[in-house]
Design a protein around this ligand. Structure first.
Ligand code: ADP
Length: 283
């Protein structure tokens, strides 16, 4: 058996097309497009690339691009004031603070300053609490994208055993919460898990977000499982994930490639979160 390779670019494109249509309906109804505010602090080259892609995608979807680039030595107060201003600005529907922040800034404090109604990255403590409580809200982009990829495969999440490898605030933990909301039986594996392969090889759905290149091979995978690889690592032979794709391909039922799997979904979810935020606040 060879796994079905999940085409993240295709699923992301379909999502972005739906978002573009929702932006258009919002414009028709309200006479203005929702705005996505991005804040970049300092000059980290990777962050600059991410922000450029997010802004371009937002503009492509018809959103208004509101960008602020601050120097690395900006004070906590100045950033806090900017976030307050954006919170109060009715033209801004979503606020994204690009992470990581330069040393000297209190990341948690600044994230929590973002109004939960505009928290399109789903990273404020309130958004996390809503997710944990099972209350509707804005979900973190990458984990929400993981669910959308699973839905695109037609795999039934409800009742399935889902194993998430990794418990980070950004990916693993919220992915587990989202799977639980969809009534999967969820196991979270992490760096202290004793026998990783014994745990992962019972998974119908395996989401890998450990940040370790090639961690998962065929011994970790149940035949026919849906394997979603969130990892992305630059190596001399190109980009690779946390999963050994070639090694797992003929045992899994579905698998995401790296690149072209989860990656494209993150921006797609950011855009849809922005429209959802705009629609909710216009209600
Ligand atoms: P990401 O942002 O991709 O989630 P992080 O580095 O923030 O990555 O988190 C890595 C996560 O992976 C942690 O929760 C950690 O417990 C988990 N992890 C690290 N090593 C292993 C391992 N060998 N087996 C299982 N989980 C691991």
């Amino acid at each position: 058996m060879t796994a079905v390779v999940i085409n993240g670019r295709e699923v992301a494109l379909a999502s972005r097309t739906r978002t573009t249509q929702r932006v258009q309906s919002f414009v028709d109804q309200h006479g203005r497009a929702p705005g996505l505010a991005t804040i970049l602090i300092g000059n980290d080259p990777a962050s600059e690339v991410y922000i450029r892609n997010k802004r371009r995608s937002a503009t492509d979807a018809g959103l208004i691009d509101v960008h602020h680039h601050l120097p690395a030595d900006v004070t906590q107060n100045t950033v806090a004031q900017l976030i307050d201003d954006l919170n109060a600005d009715p033209a801004v529907s979503g606020i994204l603070l690009q992470l990581p922040l330069p040393d000297g800034l209190d990341q948690t404090e600044l994230i929590n300053r973002i109004s939960p109604a505009k928290d399109v990255d789903g990273l404020t403590t309130l958004s996390q609490g809503r997710l944990a409580r099972g209350v509707d809200g804005l979900w973190p982009c990458t984990p929400a994208g993981v669910i959308e990829l699973l839905d695109a495969t037609g795999v039934t999440i409800e009742g399935a055993h889902a194993v998430v490898v990794g418990r980070s605030e950004l990916v693993g933990h919220p992915a587990a919460e989202l799977l639980l909301r969809r009534n999967a039986t969820v196991t979270i594996a992490h760096s202290r898990t004793r026998d990783l392969a014994a745990v992962t090889s019972t998974a119908d759905i395996l989401v890998v977000a450990a940040g370790i290149p090639a961690l998962i091979g065929r011994d970790h995978v149940k035949p026919g499982a849906a394997v979603i690889d969130v990892g992305i690592h630059r190596t001399e032979s190109g980009l690779i994930g946390d999963v050994r794709f070639d090694n797992v391909l003929d045992i899994a039922g579905w698998i995401t490639p790296v690149p072209g799997g989860v990656g494209p979904m993150t921006i797609a979810t950011l855009l849809s979160n922005t429209v959802v935020a705009a629609e909710s606040s216009a209600r």
